[in-house]
Design a protein around this ligand. Structure first.
Ligand code: ZN
Length: 435
């Protein structure tokens, strides 16, 4: 892999402590010479392109042969590389760190970690995402860290810490019996990893509170526990009723925002669709009726394949059997949804996976299960942008879009795992460089 000389970065680098993102960065002009351009929208890569960036926006994209380079511009030579839009992961948890069961797992994170420690870890996770070329995350709840994601987003936008554009969903919503912490003495009032509601009135109130305090999306858990049923099928415990969910969806849509629903399969998944969820998260076990309803309603599907291959229990235990079944039915559902034309968007559940691991590993699974590399890239660029109501602003290298740009050595269409090794990351017209 050919790297851009570091000197080049230093010439115009750019990450400035405390600089408000909303204030115009110097209206510098940067010209990128791209050997190959995958623009995130069109299906064919283009050779020898020139991208002109003014301030934080892409001004122009043209063939190198006919391109005019504005006077006084800084040139980044990526003529030996493939240039793509900054990537979008639409299912992450910056407040989780792949909690090691041997160290107390999920519960310890809530019971023993001071909030400042959790915020510091989330700061590191955000940086990790950016340095891997993920310039936007839809972070789907803080797992007991309250409105911490709103604070991290502000810190990024105000220039105090490096990180992706964050679309946050704050506390998430589930029901009594529908979220950890659990398994403690019933006399103890334990904190929960999500906001617990029972009944449509409480459900609507929780959505209002979260939206009022800065949620960009609302996250709802429509299933919770899962196990292997008596016929060898995956069974998931449903949580909210359709009535409860509808009050959340109605409220959220009124604010011009959307609802992401964690749903594995069965009753909870069908309630999620009947209640009008905008995106189905995980969707491990999609039956024919669910796929048909998703097509009809235009529901987004955010599978998270890789995370279900980690931390399997021993094979001959109920948990171990359940863990293996989750991965195998997820593969089948993904392939069926792909064939049926369901709108699939890239998501990983990072945080469930330690942030030390490559985010882009999910691309490899998607391609292994039959998605074309270009389709997989679009699921993490322009298609994600449409779901996030940011079409034309992110996920595309085109005039008017934010200058969120990455580069990789080689051709990711011939080796999708190359996306695990980005050589340049630009967000908002600024080159981010680690170390
Ligand atoms: Zn998740």
């Amino acid at each position: 892999m050919k790297r851009v000389p570091i000197v080049l970065f230093l010439a115009f680098a750019v990450y400035t402590m405390g600089q408000e993102q909303s204030q115009p960065v110097a209206r510098q002009v940067i010209v990128i010479r791209a050997g190959t351009l995958i623009d995130g929208k069109t299906d064919k890569p283009r050779r020898d392109q020139v991208i002109v960036i003014r301030g934080n926006r892409i001004e122009n994209v043209s063939d190198a042969a006919s391109a005019k380079t504005p006077a006084g511009s800084t040139v980044i030579d990526l003529s030996q590389q493939t240039v793509l839009p900054g990537l979008i992961d639409s299912h992450t948890h910056i407040f989780l760190q792949g909690e090691d069961p041997a160290k107390g797992g999920y519960d310890a994170n809530i019971l023993t970690a001071p909030l400042a420690l959790r915020a510091a870890r989330a700061t590191a996770a955000a940086r990790r995402a950016l340095e891997q070329g993920f310039t936007t995350l839809r972070d789907v709840e803080t797992e007991g860290a309250g409105y911490g994601d709103v604070g991290i987003k502000q810190a990024i936008n105000q220039g105090y810490i490096p990180g992706p554009r964050l679309i946050v969903s704050t506390r998430a919503i589930s029901t009594t019996g529908g979220y950890p912490l659990e398994g403690y003495a019933p006399e103890l009032e334990m904190p929960k990893g999500a906001q617990i509601v029972d009944g449509p009135v409480e459900a609507r109130k929780a959505a209002r509170e979260q939206l009022d305090h800065g949620a960009d999306w609302i996250k709802v858990y429509m299933t919770h526990r899962s196990w292997v049923g008596k016929n060898g099928e995956l069974v998931s415990q449903p949580t909210l009723t359709v009535e409860e969910l509808r009050s959340i969806v109605d409220e959220t849509h009124g604010w011009g925002k959307k609802v992401a629903c964690h749903a594995y399969g069965g009753i909870g998944l069908h309630r999620a669709l009947d209640g009008g969820c905008d995106s189905i998260e995980h969707g491990l076990d999609l039956d024919d009726a669910a796929i048909a309803q998703m097509l009809k309603q235009g529901t987004w599907y955010v599978p998270t394949l890789s995370v279900y291959y980690t931390d399997w229990g021993p094979a001959d235990t109920p948990d171990g059997e359940r863990d293996r079944l989750r991965a195998s039915v997820h593969e089948v559902s993904f392939k069926r949804a792909l064939k049926a034309g369901v709108k699939i968007v890239f998501g990983t559940d990072m945080g469930g996976i330690p942030w030390s691991e490559p985010i882009a590993q999910e691309f490899t699974r998607m391609v292994e299960f039959g998605m074309s590399p270009m389709d997989a890239i679009q699921s993490a660029t322009s298609r994600a942008a449409v779901m996030l109501d940011k079409e034309g602003q992110i996920g595309a290298i085109a005039p008017g879009a934010y200058a969120d740009i990455i580069a990789v050595g080689g051709d990711p269409l011939n080796g999708i795992q190359l996306l695990e090794k980005v050589s340049l990351v630009m967000k908002d017209g600024q080159v981010f460089r680690d170390k």
